[in-house]
Write a protein that binds this ligand. Structure first.
Ligand code: ADP
Ligand code: MG
Length: 256
């Protein structure tokens, strides 16, 4: 039965989508059956995994609106064993339309329940806000994986995500746990990156992944070719590190 992991942080630009795309692809490369749910109206995980935005009949928006069945909005990606539930800009309207719906926090969960036996992992790429979409993602998830960028204020941002996770845990999803925190865009040439990592390690009780994702230009280039990093440049440091992260995620699941 699939483990559902929400990649979340209310801050934009911290590496959520990059992590969702490449962790998903590296899990699939390692033999796992994976579904990536693109839950951001920007649709960057959709295009980054090789699907053409604007050319898709059924997205996660139609699913939330009850206009299609869950099976209708799951499509194969460029990576073997990896499916995508795509999104596009329509999803930005869902926020308001959901407000009137019954059980509005549970819609994604109920739909993923119908397919989770088909996968080992379901990875949800959350939008950069504490919206009803993020609440749906955290309600559906078993765990939250939090990417944080190595910069000043990293700890403040992190405390806010942890509060959100806590709140959803209390009100909507008592089983929700923190999967772990992963440092992204680490720059080994600066002391700042190192200081941030040390500071967060000192103050945090949650699991912190040993793998640290470096700043790597290949990771920024890959999405414009519609490929995850393991396909775009299999031997780049970005690919190597996302493979290591995938291995950690798999082995953590085996411990539980
Ligand atoms: P988020 O989804 O949290 O908004 P993204 O994953 O979209 O963040 O990343 C923000 C920007 O930083 C994107 O342009 C992305 O290509 C780039 N980026 C993310 N991670 C890395 C990295 N490790 N090295 C280089 N660029 C990165
Ligand atoms: Mg994103």
């Amino acid at each position: 039965m699939g483990r559902i992991i929400a990649i979340t942080n209310q801050k934009g630009g911290v590496g959520k989508t990059t992590t969702a795309i490449n962790l998903s692809a590296c899990l699939a490369e390692a033999g796992q059956r994976v579904l990536t749910v693109d839950f951001d109206p920007q649709g960057n995980a959709t295009s980054g995994l090789g699907l053409e935005k604007g050319n898709i009949d059924n997205t996660v928006y139609e699913l939330l609106m009850g206009e299609c069945q869950v099976g209708d909005c799951i499509m194969p990606s460029v990576q073997e064993r990896l499916d995508v539930m795509p999104s596009d800009v329509d999803l930005s309207g869902a926020e308001i339309e959901l407000l009137d719906m019954k059980d509005k926090e549970n819609i994604l969960k109920e739909n993923l329940n119908l397919v989770k036996d088909n996968y080992d992992f379901i990875i949800i790429d959350c939008p950069p806000s504490l919206s009803l979409l993020t609440i749906n993602a955290l309600t559906a998830a078993n765990t939250a994986l939090i990417p944080i960028q190595c910069e000043y204020y990293a700890l403040e941002g992190l405390n806010q995500v942890l509060k959100t996770v806590n709140l959803v845990q209390k009100k909507l999803n008592p089983e929700l746990e923190v999967e772990g925190v992963v440092f992204t865009m680490y720059d080994s040439r600066t002391n700042l990156s190192l200081e941030v990592v040390e500071n967060v390690k000192e103050h945090l009780n949650e699991n912190i992944y040993k793998t640290i994702i470096p700043r790597n230009v290949r990771l920024a280039e890959a999405p414009s070719y519609g490929m995850p990093i393991n396909m775009y440049d299999s031997r780049s440091t970005g690919a190597e590190n996302y493979r290591l992260l995938a291995a950690e995620v798999i082995s953590r699941g085996e411990e539980v």
